[in-house]
Design a binder for this molecule. Structure first.
Ligand SMILES: NC(=O)c1ccc[n+]([C@@H]2O[C@H](COP(=O)([O-])OP(=O)(O)OC[C@H]3O[C@@H](n4cnc5c(N)ncnc54)[C@H](OP(=O)(O)O)[C@@H]3O)[C@@H](O)[C@H]2O)c1
Length: 288
């Protein structure tokens, strides 16, 4: 697969090399990440374009749909091209109202890992993130029991690498005291910078930081400073937001979501923008 032409180059998660420009598959399910997409063929086309562009990192979860996104990935891309890495997460399920209740008991995690294996059609999962907290963000508390349950599944050969998601810095440290952690996936973008110190610490340790909602998620990033930099650079705000993340730290991996082939191409093309010192100063004001 192509990797060199993508903005940001590559990063190695454990022993798995991925393009820093990845793809977040959550938006492929139906409205509010429930049920099938309105345009299933369009969703399959986006996934095929992801691979055609040389992206080797797809972020997913069986909670999306539920099960919808993983099955779309399998339908579009199985048998998977060599080098494509599918990163999933466990720790939450879905209720009838579209909520995300926790599912962190060891038996629930074991079941979730087996469901991911089946829905993705693989014998081993490349990387599993333990997702904690809730929709409002991380919640303090020990992760020893659920993380230990995933370590057991890893030792059984069902998982290559482990990560944590929606966590505090203390929970990251606790997980690292139990087993190697190759990535942390938390909410972060130009306007939401609670993890600045954590990102720098992880960079020093060679651990990836994967911001979710890199473009603002369900509420697209909007700011006068962002619009001004975008206008000055003749770029879209989305391109500037993604380029900023790539320049923010070498351990940041992008997983922007889109259900549109055109947006996907636009984002890949735009993320390669080199922001100047003046641009960075102006953009820094947004998150302060
Ligand atoms: N660990 C967790 O708890 C957690 C939580 C949330 C998300 N995630 C992961 O993070 C990934 C990224 O999050 P996200 O997809 O929710 O948010 P996002 O990447 O911040 O933003 C996605 C939104 O931006 C729009 N968009 C993308 N490119 C665009 C463009 N060029 N022009 C205009 N609009 C554009 C998309 O609409 P279109 O479809 O119209 O392009 C979509 O509505 C998810 O896919 C998921 O894998 C993880």
């Amino acid at each position: 697969m192509l990797t060199r032409s993508l903005p940001g180059g590559t990063w190695t998660l454990g022993d798995l090399t991925v393009t820093r420009f990845g793809y977040g598959a959550m938006q492929l399910a139906g409205p509010w990440v429930m049920g099938p997409p309105a345009d299933p063929d369009g969703a399959l086309a986006v996934l095929r374009e992801v691979v055609a562009l040389g992206i080797t990192h797809i972020d997913t979860s069986d909670a999306y749909g539920p099960h919808v996104t993983n099955r779309l990935i399998r339908a579009a891309l199985h048998p998977y091209p060599e080098g494509l890495r599918l990163v999933t997460k466990v720790g939450a399920t879905r209720d009838r109202q579209g909520g995300w209740p926790p599912a962190r008991e060891p038996a629930q995690l074991r079941r979730a890992v087996h469901e991911n294996l089946e829905n993705l059609g693989v014998g081993v999962l490349d990387l599993v993130n333990l997702r904690l907290g809730d929709a409002e963000g991380p919640r303090p508390g020990s992760l020893a029991e659920p993380f230990g349950a995933l370590v057991t599944l890893q030792r059984q050969g069902l998982i290559r690498h482990l990560g944590v998601s929606n966590v505090t810095a203390e929970q990251v440290a606790e997980a690292q005291s139990i087993a190697p952690v190759v990535c942390v996936q938390n909410r972060y973008n130009l306007a939401y910078r609670r993890d600045d110190a954590l990102i720098d610490r992880l960079a020093g340790q060679g651990v990836a930081y994967v911001p979710y909602f890199p473009l603002g998620g369900f509420s697209p990033l909007q700011s006068a400073a962002l619009s001004a930099v975008a206008a000055r650079r003749d770029a879209t705000p989305m391109s500037v937001a993604l380029a900023w993340l790539l320049q923010r730290s070498p351990n940041i991996l992008l997983i922007p979501g889109t259900s549109s082939v055109a947006h996907l191409r636009e984002n890949v093309a735009g993320a390669g923008l080199t922001l100047s010192a003046d641009d960075l100063t102006a953009l820094d004001e947004i998150g302060r």
